[in-house]
Design a protein around this ligand. Structure first.
Ligand code: PEP
Ligand code: MG
Length: 936
């Protein structure tokens, strides 16, 4: 004990302490007061083990109150991982000393010693970063074995095969992970040869001689490849494994995973060295993974798999089919452990206040919990059921439910289409159901078959919808999985790699589908009776596990259907009610005002039913005009040269502008409506054919050649930066007069019928105050005239869209003249980065790949663009504290951008109609994390 106190004192606490011990009634990491900080330092695994070691539960078998059964160990912090990288990938000397000290402490706690030839201590060396990256980093099990200790283990356990099995597993993992002798290229062929010779399905069917021979072959391969014998010194093994786990923070798949999931590159792995418990020591031993609630549906039933006489990797790799967890209860050797597991799960859920994903091992009928984490990869539907149920069960508050729902994109998934059940039935009747596997990630996908992950990437880049079909997937398939619409595997279960990754990515997955057989050499696939060549279309349902030949139409989500007033079944109704419930809670806690973009009347109704608080962006060149009339009259407006030309076009447009505005006001019933004046990108609206030219010529009463000539002259070299937006109004104020007149006339009509209105007239693409004042004056003139003509006072406000760096820089100059502005984030991104918003396809993937941008800046707010947003906000609010500032554009459905806007203090955002739920939830989560004093 004395030694421990000295150690702690010498090392200090918090970030300075390099290693933390857990188990044996200790949980050193609990001294790190805050769970988030604990995760940051100890990683998910280390902090999970630490918290579990500090927990007590009532053992249902003994009836005693005691600590959760967690094997002891120690965690080297992520800070030390960073030091390792800063030190040219060498473990600093003081860390080596600390490892020695903590290793001695583990040996003292367990009464076993690493390298002891009679009764060797074995450890696992496990990865785990602050952010969960399942399967992306490495872990080494059974460390501490060499030619001599394996004999000790055989003697001590009385089971030579068990010892041989452990040594083989250790050699394979250590060679691959720590020594760089890759399994795929160097070890797997050796293994395959021996399995073929013995006609065995996997290593568990081999006899002891074969195990030993294969171990020898692996170690020989190491000698040949590295020029050095397989290390026999167990301390060297330990240090090398620690280094290897550190290094796996930057493995290709980890780097890719971080990029796809927008996790910063600085997130590295901690290393936990843990006392080995053995699930492969006989029939009263097992290993498994269980989820406290179903990750597909969220139902409160334990879901999972276990394998008797196996180690953890076997379950995850899906090499042997696992048994459903509930069968453990009927196994006389495991039923006690099953009781313990159920009780432990309850204790874990209540402690972590969330559904858990628990890894466990049973040794000699005794349960050990190796890891727990919040249940990841849950579908949007599961997340909804879990959080709303937990509120109902009384152990979560609505605020916590909003936060614990997790990624708001899950709400979008709930609104995604799935196969229509009648179509599915018909496909079954027609005999198109060709296989059924395990439904592993909900959703439906129809696409061309590809059996190569590399091809999936290429084909999907060319716009093909692809379903990846593999025997089983491995981390090397992550890119392919990312590009595919869905995945089908022949092997694996609900916790196999393909299932975990697909769920994380929100893709449909069917795994372990019997009858799926891939002949990689001939490049063909057999599913049941069918021979399928890549490129043929199949459909998979990750909800039912069914695989169909041919394409299949998809049906809308029940929530969507219910919203459209259609009848839905009981399940659909329940889901709909929960969806509404969560949105209600979220609305109560958000700070930002959430408005919607609107293009059509239907859109606006949808957005309002989700709780949109107004219209933030009505692009008048899109939504307020009737198609045919719009095209001709609008083109005529762009080609106008004389005031007669303008007047003719505007006279034709005016009635539809009025009607459009009136529709919006009536639906909004007094909520604010930002209606933006025309901002056409001119080239998009010019005549594209002789017929169109003739039509415009007829409308304008001009010669065909004259219109053609004007069209050629109007065509711009750089239309995004050309004669659009406010520049139209400086040249032709009559456009503003007509638009403002139409909007306010519509407002007057509503007011006269007792419908309140809040029109906000917005000027796009502005660059400075002089320009704004010129156009604003025209708006005010038009307003005065309209009020006189209508004989009624109309409340209205005037604002601009800030979408040029010039407007940002001069925001303080014009803020005092305006009531509001919104950012046009699309154009602001385009003008700040000088990247054409319509031409990113060729290079943006490369930019993302090379980490030049963390994400496509048009889909998630770029950090530099964010500084411009902030600058304009601060300048404007300083000049006019009452000005209402919000973000429009197309980032309202990106939770990261929404959180950034919230944190900056903006007043609101506008999102596409179907993205309003995401925006509301993201805004509420941001506000619960960093509260605003006042809700605007
Ligand atoms: C924008 O630029 O973000 C914006 C809302 O305007 P538009 O997309 O219509 O150019
Ligand atoms: Mg714009």
């Amino acid at each position: 004990m004395k030694q421990r106190e000295e150690t702690a004192a010498a090392q200090g606490s918090g970030a300075d302490q390099p290693i933390y011990f857990f188990g044996g009634e200790e949980a050193e990491g609990m001294a790190i007061g805050d769970r988030e900080e604990r995760r940051r330092l100890l990683g998910g695994k280390g902090s999970g083990m630490t918290e579990m070691a500090s927990l007590t539960y009532k053992d249902p078998v003994s009836g005693e109150e005691g600590g959760l059964p967690v094997p002891p160990g120690y965690t080297i912090t992520t800070e030390q991982a960073r030091r390792y990288f800063d030190n040219d990938e060498r473990i600093p000397e003081d860390l080596v000393e600390a490892v020695d000290r903590y290793q001695a402490r583990l040996e003292e706690t367990t009464g076993k010693t690493l390298g002891d030839v009679d009764d060797p201590l074995l450890v696992s060396v496990r990865s785990g970063a602050a952010v969960s990256m399942p399967g992306m980093m490495d872990t080494v099990l059974n460390l501490g074995l060499n030619h001599r200790t394996v004999e000790g283990l055989a003697r001590q356990s009385g089971d030579r095969r068990f010892a041989g099995d452990c040594y083989l597993r250790f050699t394979e993992q250590f060679a691959d992970i720590a020594l760089g002798v890759k399994d795929e290229t160097h070890l797997k062929p050796l293994r395959r040869a021996i399995l073929e010779k013995r006609d065995a399905g996997d290593v568990s069917e081999l006899g002891l001689d074969d195990l030993e021979h294969l171990t020898w072959e692996y170690q020989h391969a190491v000698l040949e490849e590295t020029g050095k014998p397989f290390p026999q010194d167990v301390r060297d093994q330990l240090l090398a494994a620690i280094e290897a786990v550190f290094r796996s923070s930057y493995s290709e798949r980890a780097v890719f995973f971080r990029r796809v999931n927008k996790i910063p590159d600085t997130v590295v792995s901690a290393v936990s060295v843990v006392f080995m418990v053995f699930g492969n020591r006989g029939e009263d031993c097992a290993t498994g993974v269980c989820f406290t609630r179903n990750p597909l549906t969220g139902e409160n039933v334990v879901t999972g798999e276990y394998l008797t006489n196996a180690q953890g990797e076997d379950v995850v790799a899906g090499i042997r089919a696992g048994q459903p967890i509930e069968e453990m209860e009927n196994d006389s050797k495991l039923k006690d452990a099953y009781q313990q597991l159920s009780a432990a799960q309850d204790a874990l859920e209540r402690h972590f206040r969330d559904a858990q994903d628990v890894e466990f091992t049973i040794e000699g009928g005794r349960l050990f919990i190796l890891q727990t984490r919040d249940l990841g990869g849950r579908t949007g539907r599961a997340a909804l059921n879990i959080v709303t149920d937990m509120v109902e069960e009384g152990f979560l508050s609505p605020e916590e439910a909003v936060l614990k729902y997790g990624d708001p994109n899950g709400l979008n998934e709930l609104l995604q289409p799935a196969f229509d059940s009648e179509e599915e039935e018909r496909a079954r009747e027609e005999g198109r159901l060709i296989a059924t596997g395990i439904p592993a990630s909900a959703g439906a996908a129809t696409g061309e078959v590809s059996i190569s992950s590399e091809q999936v990437e290429v084909l999907s880049r060319r716009g093909h919808d692809i379903i990846l079909v593999r025997h089983e997937t491995s981390p090397e398939d992550v890119n392919g999985l990312h590009s595919a619409l869905g995945v089908l595997t022949a092997r694996g279960g609900v916790v196999s790699h393909a299932a975990i990754v697909a769920r994380g990515m929100g893709k449909a997955a069917v795994v372990g589908a019997e009858g799926v057989d891939i002949d990689e050499q001939r490049g063909v696939l057999r599913i049941g009776e069918e021979t399928i060549t890549p490129g043929e279309v199949i459909s998979i349902s990750g909800t039912t596990g069914e695989v169909f030949m041919g394409s299949m139409p998809v049906a809308p989500s029940p929530i969507k259907a219910r919203m459209a007033g259609e009848e839905v079944d009981e399940d659909g109704e329940r889901l709909y009610q929960k969806f509404r419930q969560l949105l209600d809670w979220a609305r109560e806690h958000k700070g930002l005002q959430i408005r919607c973009n609107t293009e059509t009347e239907e859109d606006l109704k949808v957005a309002l039913s989700f709780g949109a608080e107004g219209v933030g962006l009505a692009r008048t060149e899109h939504n307020m005009l009737i198609p045919e009339e719009r095209r001709t009259a609008f083109t005529a407006l762009l080609l106008a040269q004389t005031s007669e030309d303008y007047q003719k076009a505007l006279d034709s447009l005016r009635p539809v502008m009025e009607d459009g505005a009136e529709t919006i006001f009536r639906l909004l019933e007094g909520k604010p409506a930002t209606i933006r004046l025309f901002d056409p990108v001119p080239n998009e609206f010019l005549p594209r054919s002789d017929i169109e030219t003739a039509r415009v010529a007829g409308f304008m009463e001009l010669a065909f050649e004259e219109v053609r000539h004007r069209s050629v002259a109007r065509e711009e070299t750089n239309p995004m930066l050309g004669h659009r937006g406010v520049r139209l109004f400086v040249v032709a104020p009559e456009i503003v007069e007509s638009q403002a007149g139409a909007i306010l006339t519509a407002a007057a009509r509503c007011l006269k019928e007792g419908v309140s209105v809040r029109p906000e007239i917005q000027i796009p693409m502005v660059i400075n105050r002089t320009e704004i004042l010129k156009v604003a004056e025209t708006i005010h003139d038009a307003a005065r005239k309209t009020m006189e003509a209508e004989g009624i006072e109309i409340p209205y406000s005037v604002g601009v869209m800030v979408e040029t760096p010039a407007a940002v820089r001069t925001a303080d100059a014009f803020a005092g003249d305006l009531d509001f502005f919104s950012y046009g984030v699309n154009d602001l991104t385009q003008t700040v980065l000088a990247i054409s918003r319509d031409d990113t396809g060729h290079f943006m993937p490369a930019y993302e790949e090379h980490g030049i941008v963390a994400a496509d800046p048009f889909s998630s707010l770029d950090p530099i663009v964010a500084t411009f947003v902030e600058e304009a906000f601060e300048k404007a609010k300083r000049a006019n504290p009452d000005i209402f500032v919000f973000a429009s554009g197309d980032l309202g459905g990106d939770p990261h951008s929404v959180a950034t806007f919230h944190n900056m203090g903006l007043d609101g955002i506008s999102a596409g109609p179907w993205l309003v739920p995401i925006a509301i939830l993201a805004a509420a989560q941001a506000n619960l994390k960093y509260p605003r004093e006042e809700t605007p």
